[in-house]
Design a protein around this ligand. Structure first.
Ligand code: G3H
Ligand code: 13P
Ligand code: ZN
Length: 338
């Protein structure tokens, strides 16, 4: 099956009342881990590449690995999505390469750090929507700013300075025509999200619910959704790592989000933790090993376990063959008719 449209995947998720994990990748082992988890759980899946992933992999390598995944797992609807596109040109180059979905993160200026104005965000996102929809490609926009700066996709601070304003979200969707909307509700990227288990005062689930009430037909996206589980932290620290105590987003909060319009859930950090823990374990327990396969196989397996668990928790498990994927050509007609 060719790479498919994210819009269709999310429309189907909305009908079924479930969420779809969007997992970041940089290499073959991560793609294999996700595809094996998808096969095991019978899940449709979104695989995403950041700008960093594209440059790390010379993105053509990544693209052809994705084509291999689509060929080897024909029963799995598979989307290739650009995570945090920072400009029109970045989104255009992804579309030209064959991504079936792009995020235009116009909440920040092109540097990925400085908050943009609402007008700037609308203008660049609208331009991407016009191009992408002509090509049958899905667009995710973002309104409000995530916390955290370590990955260059946040404006810094604790994450509550730029919580999405529901009225602005409505105006943004009306003016841009995005298919999916990332909102800021107090999460941030990376491992260090919260210094204790977050409660209702930290994660703004009430804001999410209000946005869903006002925009019931729009697919909401939760970034920074790793749960940073203690068991994954422990493996790293047990084998010589130095992670400081930290908390992520509890899965129950994500599930509450899914009951309130969240259809795409971005997870990267949990998989990074799983991979690193597995590699450290081999290095410490079997220091005589030097064949990369001896540590990359357990790393791939550890990531697969995390992804399969999230697919089950988000509810996408069992839905891979619910529908016949429409082609990107058909999506062009879908958008032209709107
Ligand atoms: O949005 C952040 C993702 O975790 C990707 O991170 O920019 O380090 O590839 P990255
Ligand atoms: P985490 O760092 O919580 O995994 O978030 C990933 C993300 O939002 C990618 O866009
Ligand atoms: Zn993100």
């Amino acid at each position: 099956m060719p790479l498919v449209s994210m819009r269709q995947l999310l429309d189907e998720a909305a009908k079924g009342g479930y969420g779809v994990g969007a997992f970041n990748v940089n290499n073959m082992e991560q793609i294999q881990a996700i595809m094996e988890a998808a096969r095991e759980t019978k899940s449709p899946v979104i695989i995403q590449a950041s700008r960093g992933a594209r440059s790390y992999s010379q993105d053509k390598f990544l693209y052809h690995l994705m084509l291999a995944a689509a060929e080897l797992y024909p029963e799995i609807p598979l989307v290739m999505h650009l995570d945090h596109g920072n400009s029109f040109e970045t989104c255009k180059s992804a579309i030209d390469l064959g991504f079936t979905s792009v995020m235009m993160d116009g909440s920040l200026k092109e540097d990925g750090k400085t908050p943009a104005t609402f007008e700037e965000n609308v203008a660049v996102t609208r331009a991407v929507v016009e191009l992408a929809h002509k090509c049958g490609v899905t667009v995710e926009g973002e309104i409000g700013v995530l916390g955290g700066i370590e990955d260059g996709h946040g404006a810094g601070g604790g994450g509550l300075e730029h919580v999405t304003d529901p009225a602005q979200a409505v105006e943004f969707v009306k003016k841009t025509g995005v298919d999916a909307l990332a909102i800021a509700i107090g999460t941030s990227h990376g491992a260090y999200k919260f210094s204790k288990k977050p409660d209702g005062s930290v994660l703004k689930m009430d804001v999410l619910m209000e946005i869903h009430r006002r925009l019931p037909g729009v697919h909401l996206v939760m970034h920074g959704s790793s749960s940073v589980p203690k068991d994954l932290q422990d493996v790293i620290n047990q084998y010589g790592g130095k992670l400081k105590p930290t908390w992520g987003v509890p899965v129950e909060e994500i599930q509450l989000g899914i009951r309130n319009g969240v259809r795409k859930i971005n997870v990267d950090t949990d998989n990074r933790l799983a991979i690193t823990g597995a590699i450290r374990k081999v290095f410490v327990e079997q220091p005589e090993k030097f064949d990369p396969r001896d540590y990359l196989k357990p790393a791939r397996e550890a990531m697969k376990k995390v992804v399969a668990l999230r697919m089950t928790q988000f509810g996408q498990a069992g839905h891979a063959s619910d529908y016949a994927p429409v082609s990107i050509e058909e999506m062009k007609k879908f958008y032209a008719a709107k």
